[in-house]
Write a protein that binds this ligand. Structure first.
Ligand code: FES
Length: 257
């Protein structure tokens, strides 16, 4: 232990995979003197420095803001997407949550629609494609003064804001036994469909996004609720119910089936 700094020794079992055609395997890496104030990603930085100095390939992992905002980070830690802490991204997880002697398994999101790029990095562009299929408003909604001129009940505004908290990290897909993206799509549909500007296209939007989700290989929702349990923004599965309502309306009311 360094003077005044708590350190632990851990064993990492980390997934190494060269690309999506490679079979991949777990590599065991003992890591000594991990400072407990470090974030999980800082611990991986330290491991990577050591691997580089030893002439080995560093562990590839996605990250950007490291503040729980951007949705770039993510890995399954000991079987849980984003790790053991509720309502938290991997970049917000700290090593003080682990104990000396722990073995920590780290793997990428596993889903048919997310191909492994390398090690812990997966291609999540399928989520972008779902948004491109309908996750927007195509009418001219006006500027901020116009939006502010439309009275919206506080309760509705808050529900829309809660749905808009989704950072598109994909943890919901990784946690779902069916690798469904229904929580992601539900949140993206709700944040628009709840507000007056998003209502005119709500049914068409639900249909388009669901079609795209199916085509991209995401599974169906069977109400496992694992998605809600791991969501770092604690998005409610009530958004899936709203999505289903919009989808039913689209099925009954739209000529575009
Ligand atoms: S790196 Fe941005 S949310 Fe984790």
């Amino acid at each position: 232990m360094k003077q005044g700094i708590n350190t632990i020794n851990i064993t990492l079992k980390v997934w190494r995979q060269k690309g999506h055609k490679d079979k991949g395997r777990f590599e065991t890496i003992p890591v000594r003197d991990v400072e407990t104030h470090m974030s999980f990603l800082e611990m991986l930085d330290v491991v990577n420095e050591r691997l580089t100095l030893e002439g080995k390939e560093p562990i590839e992992f996605d990250n950007d803001c490291r503040e729980g905002i951007c949705g770039m980070c993510g890995a399954v830690v000991n079987g849980i997407a984003h790790g053991p802490e509720k309502g938290m991204t991997l970049c917000q997880l700290h090593m003080r949550k682990f104990s000396d002697g722990d073995t920590i398994a780290v793997e990428p999101w596993r889903a048919r629609a997310f191909k492994v790029v390398k090690d812990l990095i997966v291609d999540r562009s399928s989520l972008d494609k779902i948004i491109q299929a309908g996750g927007f408003i195509s009418m001219i909604a006006g500027g901020a003064p116009d939006a502010n001129a439309i009275p919206i009940p506080q309760e509705i505004a808050e529900k829309a804001m809660d749905a808009a908290a989704c950072i598109g990290c994909g943890a919901c897909v990784a946690a779902c036994p069916n690798a469904s993206a229904m929580l992601f799509v539900g949140a993206k549909i709700s944040q628009l469909a709840l507000l007056p500007q998003g209502k005119p296209e709500a049914a068409k939007r639900a249909l388009s996004m669901l079609r795209e989700m199916d085509e991209l290989g995401f599974g169906n929702c069977s109400n496992e609720t694992e998605c809600e349990a791991v969501c770092p923004k604690e998005i409610s599965i009530a958004n899936i119910a709203l999505f289903n309502r919009e989808f039913l309306k689209a099925g009954f009311g739209s000529s575009e089936k």
